[in-house]
Design a protein around this ligand. Structure first.
Ligand code: NDP
Ligand code: HSE
Length: 437
């Protein structure tokens, strides 16, 4: 909703949150003003800002903007047409601000995947009813314009699956573990020092952040209500240097993937560490990079790779959303109108079909392989390959197995029964193998 002002027509922006992302947005709008003016019919002007601490040095001149102590007040600020919410959190001031902004007929741009994963459908309904934008490109895979791509360029397709590397912190940790042979805890500490992982890194390393993003992608891809609770989530804490070395030996890489897929049983949403073929493109997406792959019934496979986080990429996505609003391009948040988004039929987890990697720590004594093979035979799980290393007498040795295609339920039963085999010393380490077709 651009309005007349002294400098002509301008889209007036209030920014709530002046941390990594908020300051990036202020800077981009200043530094790339000429570029924006080339592409947009009228200027995008910051008019008001808010954060907790007014005195904090943010390395950017904020003196020309109205300072608002309570971020929620931006929702009724007379010089604000669009609220940019970059505070974070699925409740509290971020949620209140967005609800009030919509009630007060302000467009909303946010990077807040946690909030959208939990309340996205309801917020989208209110925004669309009021003819307002709820734009969130920055919330999923940072600088990769995946929402725009799915909602516009790929919109004519029936999407069969969407998957990707959706968390840069995990990808950095797994890459470092592979390149240096170090263990998870050691690399996590380094990632925290470098500022990639949060001080409380659990949202990242336990897969929750990736699950937030996946639930949003799944909604856009399949035209269903956002269903974060329907995502099966595990993270990377249990991936060891040994698993990474075995993956290499078997021709795989370990990645934390978010996978949304239509199956005959419903929609699957899974976030977990898994093995992907070393020769696949996604296996080569390393470090803090994100990647998103979609498969449409006419277009085929598409893959986008880019920076999933950080000041620049996130600000780039937010300002692109602002430009869309300034151009009058206001589309339904999740592609299909929010009022048509129904809860998805969720595929039962146990029916997921695929191959698996198992690492077992055993006492190497006669009959142990037969015990393992017997359990697998009883559960009709077929072994594809096995690696056993030499041992010193009495030492625990790893036995690594890969299976042919089976179901998650069958692997669960195998793992439960192996736990009762005396010569197996610890719970099996299990990773799905994703062939990604
Ligand atoms: P930061 O922690 O760097 O910044 C948060 C900002 O919000 C700070 O300026 C803080 O104020 C302000 N704030 C926090 N609580 C309140 C409150 N109660 N009232 C008013 N202001 C408050 O976060 P980021 O910039 O990293 O992230 C912001 C959002 O963007 C989150 O939703 C995040 O998930 C998302 N995001 C972040 C990415 C990134 O790379 N950082 C990438 C993609 C999405 P003060 O500075 O005064 O403490
Ligand atoms: N913590 C997130 C990541 C930031 O590591 O990818 C961007 O969402």
């Amino acid at each position: 909703m651009a309005v007349e002002n002294a400098s002509g027509r301008a889209l007036r922006v209030g920014i709530a949150g002046l941390g990594t992302v908020g300051v990036g947005v202020v800077r981009l709008l200043e530094e790339n003003r000429d570029i924006l003016l080339q592409h947009c019919p009228w200027p995008i002007e910051v008019t008001a800002v808010s954060a907790r601490d007014r005195r904090k040095n943010r390395d950017v001149d904020l003196s020309k903007y109205d300072w608002v102590d309570d971020p929620v007040a931006l929702a009724s600020h007379p010089k604000v047409d669009v609220v940019v919410e970059v505070i974070g959190g699925s409740s509290g001031p971020a949620k209140l601000l967005i609800e009030k902004a919509i009630a007060n007929k302000r467009h909303v741009v946010t990077a807040n995947k946690a909030l959208l994963a939990e309340h996205g459908t309801v917020l989208a309904r209110s925004a669309e009813k009021a003819g307002l934008a709820l734009a969130y490109e920055a919330a999923v895979a940072g600088g990769i314009p995946i929402i725009k791509s799915m909602r516009e360029g790929l919109a004519a397709n029936r999407i069969e699956h969407v998957y990707g590397i959706l968390n840069g912190t995990c990808n950095y940790i797994l890459t470092q573990m592979r390149e240096t042979g170090r263990e998870f805890a050691d690399v996590l500490a380094e990632a925290q020092k470098l500022g990639y992982a949060e001080a409380d890194p659990s949202f990242d390393v336990d897969g929750i952040d990736a699950a937030h993003k996946l639930s949003i992608l799944t909604s856009v891809a399949f035209g269903v209500a956002v269903n974060f609770d329907g995502v099966r989530i595990s993270g990377i804490r249990n991936v060891s240097a040994a698993d990474i070395a075995y993956a290499d030996e078997l021709g795989y890489r370990i990645k934390l993937l978010g996978i949304g897929r239509k199956s005959p049983h419903g929609i699957e949403q899974r976030v977990h560490a898994c093995m992907v073929p070393a020769a696949s493109t996604i296996a080569k997406v390393d470090g803090v990079y994100n990647a998103v792959v979609t498969n449409g019934n006419f277009v085929g496979e598409n893959m986008a790779i880019g920076r999933g986080a950080g000041r620049g990429p996130t600000a780039s996505a937010i300002v692109a959303d602002l430009m869309d609003i300034a151009r009058g391009r206001i589309l339904p948040a999740f592609s299909a109108p929010a009022e048509t988004l129904e809860p998805a039929r969720q595929a039962p987890v146990g029916l997921h079909a695929g191959s698996y990697y198992l690492r077992l720590m055993v006492v190497d004594k006669p009959g142990v392989i037969a015990d393992i093979a017997g359990v697998m035979r009883d559960e009709s799980v077929s072994m594809e390959a096995m690696i056993q290393r030499a041992r010193s007498p009495g030492e625990a040795v790893p036995i690594v197995l890969t299976t042919h295609e089976t179901t998650e339920a069958a692997i669960g039963r195998v793992v439960a029964r192996l736990a009762n085999v005396n010569s197996i010393l610890e719970p099996a380490h299990v990773l799905p193998i994703e062939t990604l077709s």
